[in-house]
Structure formats: structure tokens, C-alpha cells
Design a protein around this ligand. Structure first.
Ligand code: SF4
Length: 446
């Protein structure tokens, strides 16, 4: 049965408490900071998409220069606080730490980064001085990581920025699409406010491109436009029964949870989650934490090809989610339009496809799962219609940009998920920085 409000307030609080508790004090942080070898040509720094100077900020913690440490981090990544909680560090900085070669635990870079950046946010340290306005105006569409990062970089240089955001809050995927035990909605709001506190950035919420504003208007009223739209709706499974009651998409499920609070979200007793990316893991673990009795994750390939990290998989397994590899949904069956069963095909692996991963091939064997809820997490698709109708060159909805982040339309730039189809938050932050640099060159600002 699908129902909401399954748990007590205390159970909700326990189930959604911070998965990575922070350091309790500077002494604990310094113990880890002092283990760092402060490597020359540090591999941790090279593996960070925003190139945070990791040895430098860790050294600053070791010498109790927390403000300096936060400045080092935010100079490269203005969302360094959020990224310290959501980055898949085991495949980025911590995965590259030289301690791995010594078969020892890597430096907990994310935890150290969190220490400095949270101190900065809590104390409202304003670490950047905005230059005086130079009379140039830039419009940004989307207050997600790419848009905010672009806005902050531009504002520092004295450009007046207006962000148009379709939601009522900023942060994009960070605010609306990530498990609440990693980042709370309150943290996301605080982070957005902290970024905006530099000044010179106005955010117009509940303004959507193609509805309340048009690209033509933005082109007329601003010196340049940056599109940080993110990606759009969930990918359909295209199987019979997909529109029955009880079939939801993971993005809407997580959005609802983060926007309206845990008790308001209906969840089934027996839930199947389709997919094995980070969003699938976040949906599965949160379904369990909302009170689902059984959660089964289905993936059409094997663990070797899964898009999530091993760390993410471990979270799902620790939450007692069942995993079925080599299984693809074939049909949703129900009674009175309510889901009762999910029929799946057993798959096998064939030759590598365009992604380089071995492609799943349907066998003739099937099996059925008794379920009352199906959560689809098979990825998101770009805002193809919106992009095409505005005459923007695209590749199946993904905006095509040149090496200067420019679209085919003069003065219109783009970056982040709308261009790459969906990567990590940290990649979007870097895209925003690149976009700002390109816009400044376009506006002839040194
Ligand atoms: Fe420190 Fe590891 Fe980076 Fe070396 S690779 S600087 S030890 S965090």
C-alpha cells in the first residue's frame, strides 16, 4: 500500500540525519590535516574539476588559518561547501590521494573542506570584494550550480547580474534533487544566500524561460546571456503500464521530499527502483528511510558498468536495499490502475556500445516482482523543445557550445548539465566559471 506519514517525527529525524558527521573541533581536523604530505603537483588537486588547491587549504587548516583555508576553496569553487557533501570524492580528489598507493586511508579531503567552508558560512565571512559596477548587465537563466558560479564570478568583476529561476528557491539540483541525508534543504538555502551575499546579483524567482521570459527579451535587455538551464524531465521507460498509479519518477519523488517535507511523501511497502545512478541510489535509500518495507533496485548491466560509485552502492546496501543485476523492466501490471507487479527481462552483456560499456541484451527469460510502487531513475532528458524553438544549435537537446562557451546565437553562452547532459555539481561549478570568463572576454573586460 502506498501511504505517507509512516514514521514518527523522531524516526524521520534519525533516518535523515547527516550521513557524514563533521569534525567536532579544530583539534580533530588538525589531526587529519597533519597527515597530508602536501604533495608537489598534487594529484588530488588535478583530479578536482574546479582545481581546488587541496594541499594549500589543508596546510591552512593545520596552521589554524580557517578563514584563509575557506578563501582558498571558494576561490576555485564557490559551492565548495555543498560539494564537500555531495561530490563523489572516491572517484575524484580522495580517490587520487597518494595514500591510496600506500594502501592507507586517503586524507578525508571532503571532511576537511567541509570544516572550513561551514565555518565561513556560519560566521558569514565575506571573503570576496565585489568591484564597483562597470555598467554591464548579464542575464543568467537558472540559479543552479552553473548559474550561481557564473553569477558570482561576474559579480566579482563589477558586472550586474540578474538570474531568472523557475523554482521558488535557488541551488538547482543541489536544492531539489539530492538525498536529504547528504544536504538538507536548509543548508542549500544558506549556501545560496552565502553566494549571493557578495551583492550585485538579483534573482528573479518563479521566472521560466519560454513562459514568463523569452530569450529575445533577455538579448534585448542585457549585454550577454548565460544559459544554465540544467536538464529537464525524467527519461521514460517506454513500457506498458508505465502510466499507472504508483509509478513515479525519481526526480519528482526527491523534489517532493525536499520541497514538502518527509511525512508528506507517499511511499509503497514494496518499491522497485529502476536504474543505478546517483539519483537511483538517492531515491532507493530515501524510500527505505521513509518507511518502505522492501526496496529492490534493478539494473540492466552489472556492478562493473554501474554509473554510481561503490560508496553509493554501499549506502544502498547498508539501507538493506536489494540489488538485482542484469534485469530490465518489461511491463508494469496492476489492478484498478494500481501497480501490483513489475515484469522484468533477464539480460546478458554483449559487445561494448558507444559509452564503452558492454551493452545489455535481452534474453528470453523473464521474472516478476510483487511491488506497489515503481520509481524510475533512468536519467533525465534535456529541454529539447525549449532549446530548439529558440533556434539554439543542439545535439538531441544538449546545447552545443564552442571552446568559448558560446552558442550559435551571438551573445548567448551556456554551460553545465544543459550542455553535457548531466554531470556532477562540481563540473557545473567549473562550467559556470568558464562561462563567466568567456562572457568577460566577449564584453572586452580584462
Ligand atoms: Fe595531501 Fe593526499 Fe593531496 Fe598528497 S594527494 S596533497 S597527501 S590530500
Amino acid at each position: 500500500m502506498i501511504q505517507n506519514n509512516r514514521l514518527t517525527p523522531i524516526q524521520y529525524q534519525e533516518n535523515f540525519s547527516d550521513i557524514h558527521p563533521p569534525y567536532e573541533n579544530i583539534t580533530a581536523a588538525k589531526v587529519d590535516a597533519n597527515r597530508c604530505l602536501f604533495c608537489y603537483d598534487a594529484p588530488c588537486m588535478k583530479s578536482c574539476p574546479t582545481s581546488i588547491d587541496v594541499p594549500k587549504f589543508i596546510k591552512q587548516i593545520a596552521t589554524e588559518n580557517i578563514k584563509g583555508s575557506a578563501h582558498t576553496i571558494f576561490t576555485s569553487n564557490i559551492m565548495g561547501a555543498g560539494c564537500s557533501k555531495v561530490c563523489p570524492v572516491e572517484k575524484l580528489c580522495e580517490g587520487a590521494c597518494v595514500y591510496n598507493l600506500l594502501e592507507e586511508k586517503p586524507i578525508p579531503i571532503a571532511k576537511l573542506q567541509r570544516y572550513s567552508t561551514e565555518k565561513a558560512m556560519a560566521n558569514k565571512w565575506q571573503l570576496f570584494q565585489r568591484k564597483q559596477s562597470i555598467g554591464k548587465k548579464v542575464a543568467i537563466v537558472g540559479a543552479g550550480p552553473a548559474g550561481l558560479s557564473c553569477a558570482h564570478s561576474l559579480s566579482k568583476e563589477g558586472i550586474d547580474v540578474t538570474i531568472y529561476e523557475k523554482e521558488s528557491k535557488g541551488g538547482g539540483l543541489m536544492t531539489y534533487g539530492i538525498a536529504a541525508y547528504k544536504v538538507t534543504p536548509q543548508f542549500c538555502e544558506d549556501e545560496v544566500n552565502y553566494i549571493l551575499s557578495i551583492g550585485g546579483i538579483e534573482v528573479k524567482y518563479n521566472h521560466e524561460l519560454g513562459r514568463t521570459i523569452s530569450l529575445a527579451e533577455l538579448q534585448t535587455n542585457y549585454d550577454a546571456v548565460y544559459l544554465g538551464l540544467g536538464v529537464g524531465v525524467a527519461r521514460q521507460l517506454d513500457i506498458p503500464g508505465e502510466d499507472m498509479d504508483g509509478v513515479v519518477d525519481a526526480i519528482s519523488f526527491i523534489y517532493h521530499l525536499r520541497k514538502n517535507g518527509y511525512p508528506s511523501v507517499p511511499v509503497g511497502d514494496k518499491v522497485a527502483v529502476i536504474g543505478m545512478g546517483m539519483t537511483a541510489i538517492d531515491a532507493a535509500t530515501q524510500a527505505k528511510r521513509l518507511g518502505a518495507k522492501e526496496v529492490t533496485m534493478l539494473y540492466r548491466r552489472t556492478e562493473d558498468e554501474m554509473p554510481c560509485t561503490k560508496h553509493e552502492l554501499d549506502i544502498a546496501m547498508l539501507d538493506s536495499c536489494e540489488i538485482i543485476w542484469l534485469a530490465a523492466p518489461k511491463e508494469v501490471i496492476g489492478i484498478n490502475n494500481k501497480v501490483t507487479q513489475l515484469v522484468c527481462s533477464k539480460m546478458q552483456l554483449g559487445e561494448p556500445d558507444a559509452s564503452g560499456r558492454r551493452s545489455p541484451i535481452e534474453t528470453e527469460e523473464t521474472f516478476s516482482l510483487e511491488v506497489d510502487m515503481v520509481i524510475k531513475a533512468a536519467g533525465q532528458v534535456p529541454f529539447e523543445h525549449l532549446i530548439t524553438e529558440n533556434g539554439i544549435t543542439n545535439n538531441k537537446g544538449k546545447i552545443v557550445i564552442d571552446k568559448n562557451c558560446a552558442t550559435n546565437i551571438k551573445g548567448v553562452f551556456a554551460g553545465g548539465d544543459a550542455v553535457n547532459g548531466g554531470k556532477e555539481v562540481v563540473d557545473a561549478v567549473q562550467a559556470g566559471k568558464d562561462g563567466a570568463k568567456a562572457i568577460m572576454a566577449y564584453l572586452n573586460i580584462a
